[in-house]
Design a protein around this ligand. Structure first.
Ligand code: ATR
Length: 284
């Protein structure tokens, strides 16, 4: 039986085993998927032992996505662009790494509409979680992506990094200092919290900024979607957006969608059509 696992610290809370068991059921695949805890300083050793024992693939979660990236012999274009890896597998004795977090987010957002083409996206944050979503948004041919971060230089660095790909597909990519939110006069279709504030009781938006965003986005109509990449709780950001009447989603759908891509890569499925992510999301 092929063995897979999700590696992290902590890991007990992970919903990945449940998600992958459901995908295995849907596609009639005989596989096992478990939880793998690792001490922070023993990550590389734990990964090596897992594959040496015949393990087929790993999902990687906090805080190991950077370390996983550094270990790989081969990286997909999404992994290279993201600088972090959430999927590992062995092929011909080489460790491969991919990143499906961004694609997972884009696929989850697409549930709301057939395509993200022409949409305008505001992304709050420029850390590890956000790096991985820029390329998938560009490939989805959104109209514009504006990255806002407390530390402006990090937002600018992301813009510089993805400038060429964005230009090639006609996507406007820009960076903005946090306080400039109050000067924005263009409404957005999608507002995403990609900061780590969801894990705390903070929000990347001050009340004034949240009010201002609500004011400008109101001119779009109430279908403006706000999204927090964190799941399992209503974050302060989500609450702020809800208070202004926006449609709010948490990152659970993104988790299921990134898992679907991992499952497809590992099991070499020709496409994702056989995986019913909506049913899986309902059962979580
Ligand atoms: P992750 O892997 O979760 O993205 P990270 O790489 O440490 O973690 O990035 C955290 C992100 O959340 C950053 O964009 C950070 O802003 P800075 O680059 O200015 O540090 C953002 N962030 C964290 N706490 C924040 C807060 N209280 N207000 C606004 N942004 C915050």
């Amino acid at each position: 039986q092929d063995v897979y696992a999700v590696i992290g610290n902590p890991i007990a809370h992970s919903k990945s085993p449940q998600i992958h068991h459901l995908f295995a059921q849907q596609t009639g695949q005989n596989m096992k998927y478990g939880l793998l805890f690792s001490e922070v300083e023993e990550f590389e050793k734990t990964v090596q032992e897992f594959f040496a024992a015949g393990g087929k693939g790993l999902n990687v979660t906090v805080p190991f996505k950077n370390k996983a990236f550094a270990m790989c012999d081969e990286l997909t274009s999404y992994a290279k662009a993201a600088g972090v890896v959430n999927i590992l597998w062995m092929e011909n004795g080489k460790l491969f790494g991919d990143n499906s977090d961004g694609l997972g987010l884009v696929r989850d957002l697409m549930d709301e509409s057939d395509s993200l083409k022409g949409r305008s996206v505001l992304i709050l944050g420029a850390g590890g979680a956000v790096q991985g979503v820029i390329l998938p948004f560009i490939k989805a041919e959104v109209a514009s992506i504006v990255i806002v971060n407390r530390t402006f230089e990090k937002a600018l660095e992301l813009v510089n990094r993805f400038e060429q790909e964005a230009a090639a597909l006609g996507v406007h990519l820009g960076a903005l200092e946090s306080h400039w939110i109050e000067n924005l006069d263009e409404p957005f279709d999608i507002v995403i919290n990609g900061t780590s504030t969801g894990l705390t009781s903070n929000s990347p938006l001050t009340n004034i900024q949240a009010n201002h965003l609500a004011m400008i986005c109101e001119t779009k109509d109430k279908s403006v979607l706000s999204y927090d990449m964190v799941y399992g709780k209503t974050t302060v950001f989500m609450q702020q957006m809800q208070d202004h009447g926006f449609v709010v989603k948490d990152g659970l759908g993104m988790l299921v969608e990134q898992a679907a891509v991992a499952f497809q890569v590992w099991r070499k499925l020709p496409d994702l059509a056989k995986l019913d992510t909506k049913i899986v999301l309902k059962t979580l």
